[in-house]
Write a protein that binds this ligand. Sequence first.
Ligand code: NOJ
Ligand code: CA
Length: 537
Amino acid sequence: MDSVDDRWYKDAVLYELSVRTFADGNGDGIGDFRGLTQRLDYLEGLGVTAIWLLPFQPSPWRDDGYDVTDHYGVHPDFGDIGDFVRFVEHARDRGLRVIIDLVLNHTSREHRWFQAARRGDPRFHDYYVWADTKPPDAERGVVFPGVQKTTWTYDRAARRYYFHRFYDFQPDLNIASPAVRDEMEKIIGFWLNLGISGFRVDAVPFLVEPTSATNTSPGPNLDWLGTFRSYLSWRSGDAVLLGEANVPREQIPDYFGRGGLHMMFDFEVNQRLWLALARQEAAPLVEALRDTSGIPGADQWAMFLRNNDELDLGRLSDDERRTVFRRFAPSKRMQLYDRGIRRRLAPMLGGDRALQELAFALLLALPGTPVLFYGDEIGMGDDLALPERLAVRTPMQWSEAPNAGFSAAPRSQLAQPVISRGAFAYRDVNVAAEQREDDALLLFVQRAIRTRRRLRELKGTWEPLRVREPSVLALRYELDASPLVTLHNLGSTAVHVHGVRAQGLVDVFANRAYQPPRRAVELDAYGFRWLRDPAAA
Ligand code: NOJ
Ligand code: CA
């Protein structure tokens, strides 16, 4: 019998949410830990096994909380540290783990460390990255082109320039400073002690890039990241680091290896999945899966369709990116930073139900840990009137009640406007309605998640199968000699798939009831089938 890997993150299903826009428990218009705790039943019912919380620490909230002013606290709008701990306890009671965003690349400009640093306090000056004159490459490497002009900004009090990879209100911390490294260890120790299971580490490549004059090592500081990981594992044996590291393929082994990340988001697969959907051809996705497959046993990819940011297509060629734009974001206002799409899943797929089902089935059948973005499971839309990435961060739509049941406050007080017009308005798209309807998208996603969770073959080995039909992605998993074949048709015409040995296998999950597979396997337009050995059931 093959030994099954029982590391929890290997068969987790993650759900990404922002406390601020999920559920308002005290009626002030802003989501909070009390509201979120009350909605744990929903998440348990959905079948996800872990929650990833976007930043919730004190912050002036100029980059949706990614501009932290105190790494040891909870923003007062969301409750206090006791409410956080209660939430974690209640989540654990339901078997749900919690991981939180860890933003260490930079702080808010208003952080007391930066305020002390700019006033010349010798204890804090080296916490950040400074230069006496503006470096010549200051206009290169901005992360938000079109919005951000430079990576070096003059500070009048310090009379020096400080480095910021992101917006000018997010000065980069200097990880070459031993005091900063010590702070970082203190921060992870603090949160681990409150019962969480790990961190989604923000902006890893920038966190480890050598930026300071005091840091002379040529490449990324991955050895430091490895030490950081050892510290984490010493404090808590089953805690994970899930890295946000959109790096070129050749660097990936080092981020897992020397850097010690347990998981990384698979940006390569994400972009090529969208290219595959745009072209109705599985080849780009198969290539990406092959390219990223060579990672050792304990390491794991995190797969996703959409998240809280723009869909970054920066790794595609100009032509490929144009193809994806044409199909999924044809107007300029749907695009962002010359490289991405600021739309949610459902509108990108034109609200088409078959396509949405295909996308979820595909996500849940890929070799990696799936990560869902809140609201996509009910087919929520976006609000392009909101700036930049806020378009996809509107409040969760719970019911037909005012403010989508998100909050009892007057509409004008809401943290973000709810979507109340158009095809994705909350009166039509909401949890309560979908829980009443037998054929709702929500129930489909629930079933897909629960099916995935009981298929142990997905923990086995896998390989893409060669099939003659270009629109079909065929994967074969195997564990203890028991196979699982998953077929997904990315094309808008029905096909018969040749070349898969599926006779004798039975459907465990499919877009509809099919005849048992013969020499060829039938698939509808955008259809899918997961086929298994009947003896394994
Ligand atoms: C990546 C986060 O996902 C994004 O939302 C944020 O703006 C940047 N990192 C800066 O923290
Ligand atoms: Ca509130």
